[in-house]
Design a protein around this ligand. Structure first.
Ligand SMILES: [Zn+2]
Length: 58
C-alpha cells in the first residue's frame, strides 16, 4: 500500500505530496517539506497524529 500526505489537505496552496511505503519516511519527508517551504515545524508527534487521522491506524 502506498502511503501519502498531501500538503493541500492541510490548508496549503501547494501541490507537494509526500509518498512512500513506509510511514516513517512519509512523515519525515512531509515534515521536511513543510519546514522548508512553509516555515512551519511539526513535531514528530503531530506528524504521527496527522498520519493516524488520515489512515485511521491505532
Ligand atoms: Zn507544501
Amino acid at each position: 500500500m502506498n502511503l501519502e500526505l498531501v500538503c493541500k489537505d492541510y490548508g496549503y496552496d501547494c501541490e507537494f505530496v509526500a509518498e512512500g511505503k513506509d510511514s516513517e519516511i512519509v512523515m519525515r519527508e512531509f515534515g521536511k517539506h513543510v519546514e522548508k517551504e512553509h516555515g512551519l515545524e511539526y513535531s514528530k508527534e503531530s506528524l504521527k497524529q496527522m498520519f493516524q487521522n488520515k489512515y485511521n491506524k491505532k
